[in-house]
Write a protein that binds this ligand. Structure first.
Ligand code: AMP
Ligand code: ZN
Length: 113
């Protein structure tokens, strides 16, 4: 996807503060952090939103969620962190390449608003 911001970060065409990468995922710091830890777990493959997932993506999304737990544990936040997939503009999705927000290091409130 030529015009996708996260595809460009994954490809190294735009700099990202990358904290982890592997065969399927790239993880980088959110440019506008909402907590002391705020990273985005992004699949290398372009998928616009959760609505576009297929059963073939089940392993990929499982890897994303388990990576969130691993990062929280590594950073000492395993006792309390927030994971968020915004889906659709109405829910606040602004980049249409799926990403899992992982936030930690402060108390979280509910409902999120
Ligand atoms: P969402 O609103 O759920 O689509 O999340 C998109 C997130 O991407 C926001 O939290 C932005 O702060 C973040 N973001 C936008 N541009 C960049 C960038 N160049 N590098 C890192 N994070 C970004
Ligand atoms: Zn993309």
């Amino acid at each position: 996807m030529e015009e996708c911001l996260f595809c460009k970060i994954v490809a190294g065409e735009i700099p990202g503060a990358i904290v982890h990468q592997d065969e399927h995922l790239v993880v980088f710091k959110d440019i506008n952090p909402q907590a002391p830890m705020h990273v985005l777990i992004v699949p290398r493959r372009h998928i616009a939103s959760l609505n576009d997932l297929t059963p073939e993506d089940d392993n990929l999304t499982g890897e994303m969620v388990r990576r969130a737990a691993a990062l929280a544990k590594e950073r000492g936040f395993a006792d309390g962190y927030r994971t968020v997939f915004n889906c659709g503009a109405k829910a606040g999705q602004s980049v249409f390449h799926i990403h899992l927000h992982v936030l930690g290091g402060r108390a979280m409130t509910w409902p999120p608003g």
